[in-house]
Structure formats: structure tokens, C-alpha cells
Design a protein around this ligand. Structure first.
Ligand SMILES: Cc1cc2nc3c(=O)[nH]c(=O)nc-3n(C[C@H](O)[C@H](O)[C@H](O)COP(=O)(O)OP(=O)(O)OC[C@H]3O[C@@H](n4cnc5c(N)ncnc54)[C@H](O)[C@@H]3O)c2cc1C
Ligand SMILES: NC(=O)c1ccc[n+]([C@@H]2O[C@H](COP(=O)([O-])OP(=O)(O)OC[C@H]3O[C@@H](n4cnc5c(N)ncnc54)[C@H](OP(=O)(O)O)[C@@H]3O)[C@@H](O)[C@H]2O)c1
Length: 419
């Protein structure tokens, strides 16, 4: 639940005659809610206008009805944003009774979270499926370089493909498909595998002619025979010779896009090859040639990468990441979780979620900022622990993390690609 201090923080800002808007989730349908005159949306989120002198009373009533207040803001700021005065229920201008997600200003404690939805069609310019599996683009491998240092675990390669002869365009956060040669065990042509793009839209040479990937060779013991099995496509890619042709499809994906705002705050949590999209963001934000190529995107916000790897030689793109950190110490923070070298407080392997727990209060404060976007990429197993750590931090302020996270997702500020 929203904490009392936050209400007071908001309420004390101006005279008692002001009206505030509570955004509430979790109101249950009941006899009492049936009597109220604000609409409960399918999502359960409602906006309730509350005069200053009834704020505490209304808060208690919402609690009694099973609701959780997820944001409080002065009515005036919403009217300024919407450019209009609204009536009970905070209905939108379409007259359909639906509440409209809106940007918020922070109260004194910064306890806000909603943000204007991206304008309809904001993602419309994002290229998708330019090349489909039945007619893939034939690119050429330019280079295939190892990313794992001496005594590191397994094989991870950085591959660069020439795509200059076709129409393949992409943006940071998207993936492409690779169709390996040959047939599967049923004699059918191999199907495509998706890989997160590891280069910016301009490519590693900033000439708009290439696309890069970060690929780990899949290797596991067969559960029955105990034999070592190597993945088809990842093995093909990790051993691809420069000069070889490669079938490429896509691009696909709109989940992991970076906001255009150069003042944004970007939290990144990645394990292993989950670094790929994060590399695209960081290069776009900080690399000199990228900054020169994108005069409209001169990043001056804050980026924090929490990167999980098994050993130090497995820190992919280590030198470049640390170079950025040295050059932009105020704008880029780098935290490693090196699972097989560092210990968590319980004496176990240090995972990303342990780092999140260590910095949970700080991360929670950052996440509440409406300019903050969080990106999670890599092993699915990390998600539960991340939620647990942030739940504990949010709970200290009486906020239910799971409800809050739903709102973040709705506001397109919580981005996840895990496998
Ligand atoms: C959106 C997205 C982005 C991705 N990005 C990347 C990326 O950037 N880099 C990257 O390296 N990969 C990435 N992947 C994974 C990639 O698509 C392939 O799944 C991966 O390379 C394995 O493909 P493969 O052909 O080598 O393996 P396959 O030959 O297809 O073998 C995979 C199969 O092996 C079996 N298997 C796997 N592990 C085990 C195990 N431990 N025990 C028993 N059976 C097992 C499973 O049946 C599995 O389906 C991404 C996946 C998605 C969905
Ligand atoms: N199927 C797919 O789609 C796909 C795609 C890419 C990679 N993979 C496979 O995924 C595995 C990881 O490869 P990678 O190169 O991306 O990563 P990696 O370099 O092996 O690093 C993964 C890191 O995450 C840690 N980790 C393991 N379980 C975790 C959990 N539950 N929560 C948080 N962290 C955890 C690992 O720790 P420890 O190992 O020390 O426990 C390691 O430090 C490989 O087996 C790879 O073949 C699968």
C-alpha cells in the first residue's frame, strides 16, 4: 500500500483546497465498490479524485476495499499534461469511461510511476520481417572473433556480417533469425534460430553496412546417454569462416527498444550472451563515432549495467565496457556478478539477483523515476530473484512490487527478454 508519508508529501505541497488523483489497483468488485461512481477497468486500475481534506479518509477506504494506491499526483499537473479538465473517474476525452494512463510528477518522496504511453504508432517506424524464412537475406561473414578469454568457460563468439547489398535495417534491441544449413532429424530443412543483435543500427563500423551477433555454442550432456551434444545453429555460427554466406531473416522484436530520450535512466541486468542488446544501447549512448553519427541522440542520462558471468575471462566485451566506465564515470555504472569467483552473503554463487538485493533500495528509488527503463536479458532463472529483491525494497514503502511492476510493464518501462 502507498505509505502515509507519501500522501502527506504530496498534500503539503500547496494549499488544502487542492485536488489530488489517486491511481489505484486491486479494487475488488463488491457491494461497496458497486456503489462508487468511478469506473474499474478490466486491468483493475482506477483514478480517483480526492480533495486534500479527504486524503487520509479515502486512503483508509481504499485499503478496506482491497485496493493499493500506486501513484498520487496533484490534479493540476494532470490537467496540464492532458490540456483539459476532467470529470469524476478521470475519464479520457473519448467519453468511453476508460481511465487514461498519464505521466506523473513526483511527490516529495518520488513515489510516482506512471508515464505517458508512447504515442500510438511510436513503434511504427521500427523495421520488422524485412526478410522472411522463405526468402532470407544472404549475408557474408566478415569476422568471427572469440569473446571468452584464456581459462574461461565455453565458446562465445562475436560475429559480424556484411548486409550492405540488401534492405536489412534494424534498431537497437531487435533480433535477427539465422537459418543454419542442412536438415533436421526429420529430414526437413533446419529452422531459424533467433539471436539478439549486438551492434547498433549503424553496425560496428558505423557505416550502416553490417550487423553483429554474440553467440554462445550450446553444449550440454545428453540426459540419458551422457554424451556431449552441441547445438546445431550455435555450433555452425561459432565456427563460421569469414567469407562464408549466411541466411538471415528479420529483424524482429519491439520489446527491448531503447527510448529516444537522451536524459533517460537505463538499468540493464544481463547474464552471459544477454549482454548483446545492452551492448547496442551502451555503444549508441557512449561511443564517439556513434555520438557523431546521431546528433539527435546525445545521451546525458544514467546507465547502470549489472552483468552476470561465471568467471572473469567470461566477461564479454570487458575492455570496452570498462573503457566506457572510465570515460563516463558519472553516466555509466558497471557492476559484475562473477558467479564462480564471488560469493553471495549466504556463501553461494554470486548471481545478478544477489547484486540486485545488495543495491535494492538504490535500484528501487531509480525505478520509481519516470525516466527510468529497466532491461533484463539472458537466463530466465534470474527473474524470480530480481523480483524478490525489489519486492523487499518496495515493501519498505508499503508498495506491492508485483502490482507496481505490472504498471511499469504497461507504461513500457520494464523490458524482458529471457530464454
Ligand atoms: C529472442 C532470443 C534471442 C536470443 N539471443 C541469443 C544470443 O544473443 N546469443 C545466443 O547465443 N543465443 C541466443 N538465443 C538462443 C538461440 O536462439 C538458440 O536457441 C541457441 O543458439 C541454441 O540453438 P542451437 O541450434 O545451437 O541448438 P539446438 O540444436 O536447436 O538445440 C537446442 C535444443 O537442445 C536441447 N537442450 C538444450 N540444452 C539442454 C540441456 N541442458 N539438457 C537437455 N537438452 C538441452 C533442447 O531441446 C533445445 O531445444 C536467443 C533466443 C531467443 C528466443
Ligand atoms: N536456449 C537458449 O535460448 C539459449 C540462448 C543462449 C544461451 N543459452 C545457454 O544458456 C547458458 C548460458 O550461456 P550464456 O553464455 O548466455 O551465459 P554464461 O556465460 O554461461 O553466464 C550465465 C551466468 O548466469 C549465471 N546463472 C546461472 N543460473 C542462474 C540463475 N538462475 N540466476 C541468475 N544467474 C544464473 C551463471 O552462473 P553459473 O553457471 O556459475 O551457475 C553465469 O554466471 C548456456 O548453457 C547456453 O548454451 C541458451
Amino acid at each position: 500500500m502507498y505509505n502515509q508519508g507519501a500522501v502527506e508529501g504530496a498534500a503539503n505541497t500547496e494549499s488544502g483546497s487542492r485536488v489530488f488523483v489517486y491511481e489505484v489497483v486491486g479494487l475488488r468488485q463488491s457491494e461497496e465498490t458497486a456503489q462508487i461512481n468511478y469506473p474499474i477497468r478490466k486491468s483493475g486500475s482506477v483514478f480517483i479524485r480526492v480533495p486534500y481534506n479527504r486524503m487520509n479518509q479515502e486512503m483508509r477506504r481504499i485499503t478496506r476495499l482491497g485496493g493499493t494506491i500506486v501513484s498520487i499526483q496533484p490534479m493540476s499537473s494532470l490537467q496540464a499534461i492532458n490540456g483539459t479538465s476532467t470529470s469524476a473517474g478521470f475519464a479520457n476525452n473519448k467519453g468511453d469511461g476508460n481511465a487514461t494512463p498519464v505521466s506523473t510528477t513526483s511527490d516529495k518522496k518520488g513515489n510516482t510511476m506512471t508515464q505517458a504511453q508512447p504515442k500510438k504508432g511510436a513503434k511504427a517506424n521500427v523495421p520488422v520481417n524485412i526478410y522472411r524464412p522463405n526468402n532470407p537475406y544472404i549475408g557474408k561473414c566478415i569476422s568471427n572473433e572469440p569473446l571468452v578469454g584464456e581459462n574461461g568457460i565455453g565458446i562465445v563468439q562475436h560475429l559480424k556480417f556484411d548486409v550492405s547489398a540488401g534492405d536489412l535495417k534494424y534498431v537497437e534491441g531487435q533480433s535477427i533469425g539465422i537459418i543454419p544449413p542442412g536438415v533436421d532429424k526429420n529430414g526437413k530443412p533446419e529452422k531459424l534460430r533467433l539471436y539478439s543483435i549486438a551492434s547498433t543500427r549503424h553496425g560496428d563500423d558505423v557505416d550502416d553496412k553490417t550487423v553483429s551477433l554474440c553467440v554462445r555454442q550450446l553444449e550440454y550432456k545428453h540426459p540419458e546417454s551422457g554424451e556431449t551434444v552441441y547445438g546445431v545453429c550455435s555450433t555452425y555460427l561459432c565456427h563460421l569462416e569469414p567469407g562464408a554466406d549466411v541466411k538471415i531473416t528479420g529483424p524482429v522484436g519491439k520489446e527491448m527498444l531503447l527510448p529516444d530520450d537522451p536524459d533517460a535512466k537505463i538499468i540493464m541486468m544481463g547474464t552471459g550472451t544477454g549482454i548483446a542488446p545492452m551492448r547496442t544501447y551502451l555503444w549508441r549512448m557512449f561511443k564517439d563515432a556513434e555520438r557523431a553519427a546521431n546528433p539527435e541522440y546525445q545521451f546525458k542520462g544514467f546507465a547502470w549495467l549489472i552483468f552476470g558471468v561465471p568467471t572473469t575471462p567470461n566477461i564479454l566485451y570487458k575492455e570496452e565496457l570498462e573503457e566506457i566506465q572510465q570515460k563516463y564515470p558519472d553516466n555509466f555504472r558497471l557492476t559484475y556478478a562473477i558467479s564462480r569467483e564471488q560469493k553471495n552473503p549466504q556463501g553461494g554463487r554470486m548471481y545478478i539477483q544477489d547484486r540486485v538485493a545488495e543495491h535494492a533500495d538504490e535500484l528501487w528509488q531509480l525505478i520509481k523515476d519516470e525516466k527510468t527503463h529497466t532491461y533484463i536479458c539472458g537466463l530466465r532463472g534470474m527473474e524470480g530473484g530480481i523480483d524478490e529483491a525489489l519486492s523487499a525494497a518496495a515493501a519498505k514503502e508499503g508498495v506491492n512490487w508485483s502490482d507496481y511492476q505490472k504498471q511499469l510493464k504497461k507504461a513500457h518501462r520494464w523490458h524482458v527478454e529471457t530464454y
